[in-house]
Design a protein around this ligand. Structure first.
Ligand code: AMP
Ligand code: MN
Ligand code: MN
Ligand code: MN
Length: 276
């Protein structure tokens, strides 16, 4: 079983990188990529643990990028940990820090106590993400769960939403290529784009060096999988799959239980070279 998209406590997942690998192994995963949001901090620990199980480990990262007015997620798979990539990740981390402060300032103005320190404590050194702030809102008893925190405070148009200066799509793709990685457009159907806009995005993505679409993600339905398989074929792109696992409590899909790629798709893993 292959799973090329999951998160550890180095970003917004609940398990330590080594615990994530233990869990994946128990679920029958034999090839895994750790793809934390804008950080590669967990790769060393995860790789060492995967080695114990003879599991194929792929270095990964999930970059938040800007394309027009949209924030998109691009997976860099089989990347080398170059200084240039680390520079990009440092800038993303700074933006996430600034954003967390601005979100908490806005929540303060909306009458909620200052959650910045609480959120930082919850993140405990990890790169800060909205789920950490959502957990602080739950801990304060302001909302009953994380989903409600997003719904009431953290999504576009709500008091705690702020726009963020993510790196540009073209720049992210350039850095992934420079790091000898494969670039995957993560969960393409989650951006609420019309089919015309999505095709436009895929053309831009492909022209800028993009390699693959994530055809199977989390709880994809069969019709979503088929739709994305058609787009892979049309644009001559490879196909990826991953659970987008974050935690056992809130998992969107069961790790180790992803469907097979449609027959006409070429798996992105067929293009990994393992010379590092
Ligand atoms: P960030 O990258 O800091 O903006 O956080 C985005 C992350 O928040 C996503 O990767 C998801 O893990 C999580 N997320 C986004 N929307 C929701 C939601 N409605 N409910 C729960 N978690 C969410
Ligand atoms: Mn996440
Ligand atoms: Mn994502
Ligand atoms: Mn993800």
């Amino acid at each position: 079983m292959i799973d090329l998209h999951c998160h550890s406590r180095c970003s917004d997942g609940d398990l330590l990188p080594a615990e994530l690998i233990d869990f994946a192994h128990n679920q029958g995963v034999t090839m895994i990529a750790l793809t934390d949001h804008d950080t590669i901090a967990g790769l060393g620990q995860a790789r060492a643990q995967a080695k114990k199980y003879n599991m194929t480990f792929i270095n990964g990262v999930e970059l938040s990028v800007q394309w027009r007015k949209h924030c998109l997620h691009i997976l860099g798979l089989n990347i080398q940990q170059t200084d240039s990539l680390k520079g990009l990740l440092d800038r993303q981390r700074e933006q996430r820090e600034l954003r967390a402060k601005r979100i908490c300032d806005n929540l303060l103005k909306a009458g909620i106590s200052d959650l910045y320190n609480e959120s930082k404590n919850i993140a405990n050194g990890a790169i800060i993400t909205r789920p950490h702030i959502a957990k602080a809102l739950v801990a304060k008893g302001i909302v009953k769960d994380i989903a409600m925190a997003f719904k009431r405070f953290l999504t576009r148009g709500k008091a705690g939403y702020v726009s963020t200066e993510w790196c540009l799509l073209s720049n992210a793709l350039k850095e992934i290529k420079k790091a000898s990685g494969v670039a995957v457009l993560a969960h393409p159907l989650r951006y609420k784009l019309t089919m015309t806009k999505l095709k436009e995005l895929i053309e831009v993505f492909k022209d800028a060096g993009g390699d693959a679409l994530e055809v199977i993600s989390g709880l994809s339905t069969q019709s979503e999988i088929e739709k994305l398989a058609v787009l892979c074929k049309k644009y001559d792109l490879l196909a990826s799959k991953g659970s987008d696992f974050h935690s056992q409590a809130y998992q969107r899909s069961v790790m180790g239980k992803l469907p097979l790629l449609p027959d006409n798709c070429v798996g992105v893993w067929q293009h990994f070279n393992f010379d590092y």
